[in-house]
Design a protein around this ligand. Structure first.
Ligand code: TYM
Length: 371
């Protein structure tokens, strides 16, 4: 088995998601928990039904509190190092659905500080610019302005600094090094940064003067930050934040994670539709070397990035997805046809998203908070 690594700043190798649950000490979202969610929400979001969101911490507690009349606040974010890609949208889509179904308030943190510290080549002006670009994608997803606060860390520091300090004081360098793999060459800003990502977990409790449960939807790479937050919380008199984790939306090149550092194998929300089509037509698939072999042996949807895209969100119909799997395995369907199909679905999504993104420019200020 090939080794794999998952931290907030690096994902490498073929990720084994079940092993990650063991390694991180999280819990699988099992059938009874899904049933409970279905009952409370009235239905299940596709990303839950398809087990893309597959792991959690304390989600059962969040639902206990909700049923006791103590509603939760949602918290998620983005490190603005470039434009938003489709992978980033996964946690935000579930967050949007949770806001609607549970009437929850959302805190959305844009870590322009983090990406400035992490990326040698980026200035604070660059990360601020990307933060505002990324915020348009958040607004485009349809969050409710009166229940959503979006902020850049450099512009909302007063409200967060005291909370970050409390976490920082409880977190040793040795813990941070073990969790994130820091070395002697790591700059000291990055060592402190995790306490900034913790701060919003406690913000509503401070504001309301009573324990407010917080639920964080994110991909599993962000979990290490919140292990630190959860360790600190009881010492600081705050409830531990709960999490739901998703798997990574894969790279079009066949790797585990769509990553901004590989532009040809990522689809950005700002890509002109024809660019997105080209990337899809060049994607890694599970196809055989020739048409004749494909007809004879069939394709391998398990390793195919095009099939993954369809199964994550772009084919919502379960029966049609199953039929495609069967036709691929049986050699009846060739990769070109499948790529065309996916390209149509993705382009349809992009055109609509880009329209909404344009409209978001006039509404952004309804969402932004500063101090
Ligand atoms: P960032 O900008 O790396 O990623 C933003 C969100 O997208 C998730 N993500 C993915 N999800 C599915 N498939 C992918 N290929 C993929 N790549 C990234 C990330 O897990 C994240 O949820 N430090 C954070 C920003 C942040 C944050 C938070 C994230 C601040 N506060 C609270 C989650 C929750 C970051 O750099 O995310």
């Amino acid at each position: 088995m090939q080794e794999f690594h998952v931290t907030p700043w690096e994902v490498s190798g073929e990720v084994d998601y079940d092993r990650l649950i063991e390694r991180f000490g999280t819990s699988p979202i099992d059938e009874p928990l899904l049933e409970r969610l279905r009952r409370l929400a009235g239905e299940l979001h596709l990303l839950l039904r398809r087990r893309i969101f597959y792991s959690h911490r304390s989600l059962d507690w969040i639902l206990d509190e909700y049923e006791r009349g103590n509603p939760f606040v949602l918290y998620t974010g983005r490190g603005p190092s470039g434009h938003t890609h489709l992978g980033h949208l996964m946690p935000w889509m579930l967050t949007r659905w949770l806001q609607e179904r549970f009437g929850a308030k959302l805190l959305f943190q844009l870590t322009d500080d983090e990406k400035f510290l992490f990326k040698q080549e980026l200035t604070l002006e660059d990360t601020r610019r990307f933060a505002y670009e990324n915020a348009l994608d958040v607004v485009a997803l349809g969050f409710e302005p009166d229940k959503t606060e979006i902020f850049l860390n450099t512009e909302f520091i007063k409200s967060q600094y005291r909370l970050a300090l409390k976490v920082a004081k409880r977190t040793t360098f040795s813990t941070a090094r073990a969790v994130f793999g820091f070395t002697n060459e790591t700059n000291i800003g990055l060592i402190f940064f995790t306490s900034m990502q913790s701060a919003p977990c406690f913000l509503e409790t401070e504001r309301q003067g009573k324990p407010v449960p917080v639920l964080i939807p994110c991909a599993i790479d962000q979990d290490p930050h919140f292990r630190i937050t959860r360790d600190a919380a009881p010492h600081l008199g705050y409830p531990k934040p709960a999490l739901v984790h998703c798997k990574f939306f894969p790279s079009l090149g066949g790797g585990s994670k769509m990553s901004a550092s590989s532009p040809e194998s990522s689809i950005y929300t700002t890509d002109p539709p024809e660019v997105a089509r080209r990337k899809i037509m060049n994607a890694f698939t599970g196809g055989q070397e020739s048409v004749a072999l494909q007809r004879k042996l069939g394709g391998r949807p398990e390793v195919c990035s095009v099939y993954s895209y369809l199964s994550y969100v772009f084919e919502q119909d379960d029966a049609r997805l199953e039929e495609r799997y069967r036709a691929c395995r049986g050699g009846e369907m060739l990769c070109g046809e499948c790529k065309q199909y996916l390209a149509e679905r993705v382009l349809e999504f992009l055109r609509e998203h880009q329209r909404r993104r344009e409209r978001a420019k006039d509404r952004l200020e309804e969402f932004m908070v500063r101090d």
